[in-house]
Design a binder for this molecule. Structure first.
Ligand SMILES: Cc1cc2nc3c(=O)[nH]c(=O)nc-3n(C[C@H](O)[C@H](O)[C@H](O)COP(=O)(O)OP(=O)(O)OC[C@H]3O[C@@H](n4cnc5c(N)ncnc54)[C@H](O)[C@@H]3O)c2cc1C
Length: 372
């Protein structure tokens, strides 16, 4: 079939790769080069983990995505997935981590429930007096996001996809470029990240927010291999060791202020005090670590943090894909696989990915307390 994909972030580039690899004719359109920092997928690293509380479907999808990222690596030669493990800091016996552990065990996904002292040994310094236990996922880690998106787009091109650099707007079932070119196909998939709400505001409700990432100079101990990434879901904090010379990454994961997708990304630093207060407690040796870098980027949040994957009700063949909600990156290839089935007339995406109104739901990203 002929498919136009608008948007070369993790969702669109994954779909282009998957479809082109399967023999479909694909045109992949983006206003930027794949991996541009103005797109949500354009950051250096994104966590990949299977823990999603009790949600078996996202758990399985993340596991499937891990296998597909490995396929992309084998095909492209680009090392994108680093399995450093992810440690989840549990504040109680009946929270997100305990529910995650049960879901992981049910799907035979490796995980370890560690006493705090055992978990502490994996970090250069650790304060865990407030924790009940640590759930460690040894086969989780992070993806080199920007590189991964470029690898997806390159792989799609090698399978015959045509990449077009242009801004598109929907017109019925077609995508119309700024120069008037009209792109049509058996399907047109709009995988436009934070721009999806502006393009289809009557069908999707997305909140685009400004988020910050801090990078600290933690010294050689934090750059050594084997230090896990970590998430404190109840306190809305996450981070990684110093990978690829970027510095120790730490972020406050509460929803930031609203920011239009087309607005310039402002200077970062507003969350430094909160992040430093947390680090001083959790990783005392980082208390005075110099700030190496601070960056802004955007979330595109659906009300319930579930993704969007559905056909336009009034334009058959036009599909909307996105709503990554701060946790979508890792799922790109697995979502693409599901979308491809739907485009070819098979099972539709789950009902909870449908368009229209949604009730606010519990966050599936790394923040149990999602709002500031
Ligand atoms: C700070 C931060 C941390 C995160 N951490 C994680 C994490 O640890 N793990 C995880 O899995 N996820 C994480 N995420 C979420 C994840 O990055 C996003 O869910 C995902 O990247 C969204 O991908 P996308 O393809 O929907 O959107 P995007 O990457 O934004 O791609 C959309 C593309 O569409 C293009 N586009 C839009 N409109 C048009 C148009 N009209 N014409 C042409 N092109 C258009 C844009 O240029 C863009 O390239 C994080 C996000 C942020 C910001």
């Amino acid at each position: 079939m002929d498919v136009v994909v608008v948007g070369a972030g993790t969702f669109g580039a994954s779909l282009a790769w998957w479809l082109a690899r399967g023999g479909d004719s694909v045109v992949l359109v983006d206003q930027f080069e794949p991996g541009d920092p103005r797109a949500t997928s354009g950051g250096e690293t994104r966590l990949i983990r299977c823990s999603h509380g009790a949600d078996a479907e996202y758990t399985a999808m993340a596991r499937r995505a891990r296998a597909l990222w490995r396929e992309l690596e084998a095909e492209s030669g680009a090392p994108v997935l680093v399995e450093c493990g992810v440690s989840w800091f549990a504040h109680g016996e009946d929270g997100w981590e305990a529910a995650s552990a049960a879901a992981l065990e049910a799907q035979r996904i490796p995980c370890e429930r560690l006493p705090v002292e055992a978990a502490a040994a994996r970090f250069p310094s650790f304060g865990g007096g407030d924790l009940a236990f640590v759930l460690h996922e040894p086969e989780a880690g992070f993806l080199r996001a920007q590189r991964a998106v470029r690898a997806l787009a390159d792989a799609a091109r090698r399978h015959g996809a045509r990449l077009v650099r242009a801004r598109a707007r929907p017109d019925g079932g077609a995508a119309v470029l700024e120069d008037g070119t009209r792109l049509e196909g058996d399907a047109v998939v709009w995988a436009c990240g934070g721009w999806l709400g502006e393009l289809f505001g009557d069908l999707v409700r997305l909140t685009v927010t400004r988020q910050e990432l801090l990078f600290l100079d933690g010294g050689p101990a934090w750059a050594a291999p084997g230090v896990p990434a970590w998430v404190d879901y109840d306190r809305a904090m996450y981070g990684t060791a110093d990978v690829d010379g970027l510095g120790v990454k730490a972020a406050l994961d509460v929803e930031g202020p609203r920011l239009s997708p087309d607005a310039e990304l402002p200077a970062a630093g507003a969350t430094e005090r909160a992040v430093r207060a947390y680090l001083a407690e959790r990783f005392p040796a980082l208390a005075g670590a110099p700030l190496r870098d601070a960056r802004c980027c955007r979330y595109e949040l659906s009300p319930d943090s579930h993704f969007i994957a559905a056909e336009h009700p009034d334009a058959p063949g036009a599909w909307l894909l996105g709503g990554g909600s701060g946790h979508g990156f890792k799922h790109g290839p697995a979502m693409a696989e599901r979308m491809a089935v739907a485009l070819h007339g098979g099972d539709c995406p789950p009902a909870r990915f449908a368009l229209g109104e949604r009730a606010p739901g519990r966050s599936l990203r790394t923040a149990g307390s999602g709002t500031a």
